[in-house]
Design a protein around this ligand. Structure first.
Ligand SMILES: NC(=O)c1ccc[n+]([C@@H]2O[C@H](COP(=O)([O-])OP(=O)(O)OC[C@H]3O[C@@H](n4cnc5c(N)ncnc54)[C@H](O)[C@@H]3O)[C@@H](O)[C@H]2O)c1
Length: 276
């Protein structure tokens, strides 16, 4: 018996990156999965990978910011698998055009909110009806470390992700007594093929210097957390934000520079001044 046997999940943005890995992990844990993405070919590719690994999946193309697409997606899920027990609101768009506030283009701001906030809200709205009828379900919203800190870039993306955390708490607060668990994951930098083109090496090095782990994060790290939050093993966890970021946000701002100076425990590092 596997952890998620007989469960049915929807994963948005499962055509690549973290979402593909999440879909593979949910099916490896026994769930049947609806792989959804705005890119049909990418969704089909994920389904092929899942089937190759012995899992069960179908692809349903859709834009998470379009309500009609959610109606179609949930209907296709129920028609094929008879239920929806897990929703992973993973799809998002980081345009990298929201560089600062002074130069913020309102269209860029609105697009960030439309996809990264309206999308997950519509997902919650449309799976909730089915989940409530079934007596419960688990929703996992993929937020970001950018939701928890001020950012030197991408303020629109960060604000949408912060609001997604608020949405998470509201869904759990409104429907928790009816068996709905809604939690968020805040990933740190998770490199994968699709991201490599956007991130300068220097940024990756700074991130890596500030991790409290020997190695950087991988899509599997997020997928493992999703499987846990989707499973009965997390049955008493609701309305929470789980940072899966190698401890990036857990330490003092000078951490990386202090480590570079040497190990120690007084102030940041080294011996007290009087002893030196
Ligand atoms: N990778 C990271 O470092 C990182 C860090 C923090 C948070 N996150 C979050 O994790 C999630 C996955 O990140 P990723 O790096 O795999 O992203 P990605 O950009 O590589 O993949 C996103 C997927 O969503 C799909 N998509 C985009 N817009 C869509 C829409 N309107 N409707 C349906 N599908 C759409 C894309 O086609 C793509 O397959 C996102 O929510 C992201 O914000 C990622």
């Amino acid at each position: 018996m596997k952890l998620l046997d007989e469960k049915v999940g929807i994963v948005t943005g499962a055509g690549g990156g973290i979402g593909r890995c999440v879909a593979l992990a949910l099916t490896a844990a026994g769930a049947a999965v609806v792989v959804s993405d705005i890119r049909q070919a990418a969704a089909d590719e994920t389904v092929a990978l899942i089937r190759q690994a012995g899992g069960e999946a179908i692809a349903v193309v859709g834009d998470i910011s379009e309500e009609a697409d959610w109606v179609r997606l949930v209907a296709a899920t129920i028609e094929r698998f008879g239920a929806v027990d897990i929703l992973v609101n993973n799809a998002a768009a980081a345009s990298f055009k929201d560089r600062d506030i002074l130069s913020m283009d309102v269209a860029v701001w609105d697009a960030a909110m439309r996809i990264n906030l309206r999308g997950p809200m519509l997902g919650c709205k449309h799976v909730l009806a089915a989940m409530l009828q079934q007596g419960g379900g688990a929703i996992i919203n993929i937020a970001s470390g950018a939701a928890l800190t001020g950012q030197l870039s991408q303020p629109a993306y960060g604000a949408a992700k912060a609001a997604t955390i608020s949405l998470t708490r509201s869904v759990a607060t409104l429907y928790g007594k009816q068996g709905i668990r809604c939690n968020a994951i805040a990933p740190g930098l998770i490199m994968h093929e699709g991201l490599a083109a956007f991130f300068p090496e220097e940024h990756i090095r700074i991130d890596s210097d500030n991790l409290l782990t020997p190695s950087p994060g991988k899509p599997e790290d997020i997928a493992n957390a999703v499987v846990f939050l989707a499973s009965p093993n997390s049955g008493f966890i609701n309305a929470q934000v789980l940072s899966v970021d190698g401890g990036l946000l857990a330490h003092t701002p000078g951490y990386a520079q202090a480590r570079a100076l040497g190990q120690g425990s007084v102030g940041y590092v080294g011996k007290p001044k009087a002893e030196s």
